[in-house]
Design a protein around this ligand. Structure first.
Ligand SMILES: *Cc1c(COP(=O)(O)O)cnc(C)c1O
Length: 457
């Protein structure tokens, strides 16, 4: 597989490659070895806040277990496995060879997360449970320490039904919030931007959720939903770009990964660095997960974000110097068009809070052409029998970038010439609920691209 171009931040040519929608690797100029607390909701948020989020999820777990049969085995907790994927490692051309041993590839299988079918699940659960708790306490339906299953009683549900939970989404956040809110007894209203898939709208409507379709891109759909919710009584608008509960919910994935690594007997240190590759849209999910991992596991966790070549809004925001008080730039200003089949990553402008949280945290990122997403989607199915959506494939080109010139420079700067003890965790962020017929089309497309690829000289 040819190594594509890559650049260090200091190289102006890098901006040219981004503008040309070419796959690139970029390094974060503001990375810090010690991660400060995140400034969110007017307060410094660190490990304490993550632990409080964990307790909240635990406290309400019995309620979720009662509502969702698929959560009975995990007693109401939403978790995903960490999978060994040796055949995929081989399919990517990353099997250890003499003089070229990058370490071991693993997969954090959030595409299998129950209830939501995507990485949004942990944040969505914490967000909706926080709303439930606020309403329940206001109306004296539940007090801390009480079994949360009292909220399943008809009288409690009648009160919850007077409230609306609204959200703006390119698809998966709406799917997660809408499903959870409706199951808990709220009215639910999802504002979908133009790229949202038809099946997601149908899925939500079948669960009693109101879906409002917008012909505009995500920031505009979000603005509309937010404005509408502001003038409606008893309506809570879930703000993907500002919500503390979403951020902390996402960050709890770090506790899960930490426990899974411990179970494998793997430590994280200078000889055993952990590389994590996260598909990235508006930046909220990767900010939460990367922040959580850096808080728990320290400076030897290196988090990278993968974005579509036409939607690299987080790269654009982090490569530019911070401009306090100003909105992050838009990819349209780079001459890009924000067109991609990766609907979960189809975002022209990053969340400012996510960008500021990621600034000291991320090692860097890379961009991915849609063709590569379909090829990796197909490779994963052919090698390991796992089915993901295109957005969820954005991490797979990450490890190979560490062998590119800029990747090697980065390794030298961090004393990581030898990666043979490294773990590379590719985060697969969605796919479980995709209709099989649609998945079949994606896979066929990947197959055709792979056939062309090997036929090329
Ligand atoms: C939402 C989403 C992401 C990225 O999350 P952001 O917060 O938008 O950066 C990645 N993959 C999938 C499948 C998603 O739904």
């Amino acid at each position: 597989m040819p190594v594509a171009e890559s650049f260090a931040v200091s190289e102006p040519a890098g901006w040219g490659l981004l503008r040309q929608a070419r796959p690139v690797l970029w390094r974060n100029p503001a990375w810090q070895a010690q991660v400060p607390a995140a400034q969110l909701a007017g307060q410094a948020q660190g490990l304490d806040a993550m632990e409080a989020a964990q307790r909240q999820l635990q406290r309400f777990a019995p309620l979720l277990a009662a509502l969702f049969p698929e959560l009975q085995a995990s007693e109401g907790r939403i978790r995903s496995p960490l999978l060994a994927v040796p055949r995929m490692q081989q399919a990517l051309g990353l099997a250890p060879a003499p003089g070229a041993d990058l370490g071991t590839l693993l997969l954090k299988a959030d595409h299998r997360l129950p209830v939501a079918g995507s990485v949004k699940a942990r944040g969505a659960v914490l967000e909706v449970l926080s709303i439930v708790q606020a309403v329940a306490e206001r109306h004296g339906l539940w007090t801390p320490g009480q079994d949360p299953q009292v909220l399943l009683l008809p009288a409690a549900r009648a009160v919850l039904a007077r409230y609306t939970v609204a959200v703006g989404s390119t698809g998966n956040l709406g799917l997660a919030i809408g499903t959870l809110a409706a199951a808990l007894g709220f009215q639910a209203c999802v504002h979908m931007s133009a790229e949202a898939r038809e099946w997601k709208k149908q899925y939500l409507r079948a669960r009693g959720v109101t879906v409002i379709e917008h012909a505009t891109d995500y920031p505009q759909a979000l603005a509309h939903g937010r404005a509408k919710a502001a003038v409606q009584p008893h309506t809570h608008f879930v703000d993907n770009e500002r919500s503390l509960a979403l951020f902390l919910g996402y960050s709890t994935a770090a506790f899960e990964l930490q426990a899974q690594l411990q179970a494998l007997g793997r430590s994280v240190d200078a000889q055993h660095p952990l590389m994590v590759y996260l598909p990235c849209g508006v930046g909220g999910v990767p900010a939460g997960i990367a922040f959580g991992l850096r808080q728990l596991l320290g400076p030897h966790v290196h988090c990278w974000v993968g974005e579509p070549v036409q939607s690299p809004c987080v790269a654009q925001a982090l490569l530019a110097p911070p401009l306090p008080g100003q909105a992050p730039p838009s990819v349209y200003a780079l001459g890009l068009n924000n067109t991609t089949e990766a609907d979960g990553l189809c975002v022209p402008q990053a969340s400012d809070l996510a960008v500021e949280t990621m600034r000291p945290v991320l090692a860097g990122g890379f961009t991915v052409a849609d063709e590569r997403l379909f090829m990796d989607l197909c490779r994963l199915d052919a090698s390991e029998g796992l089915q993901i959506e295109p957005s969820a494939a954005a991490g797979f080109s990450g490890p190979q970038w560490l062998t590119s010139p800029a990747g090697v420079d980065w390794r030298l700067a961090h004393g990581l010439e030898d990666l043979s003890g490294a773990l590379h965790v590719v985060w697969t962020t969605g796919g479980a609920l995709v209709p099989p017929a649609l998945y079949g089309q994606w896979r066929a497309r990947g197959e055709a691209l792979l056939a062309q690829d090997t036929a090329a000289p």
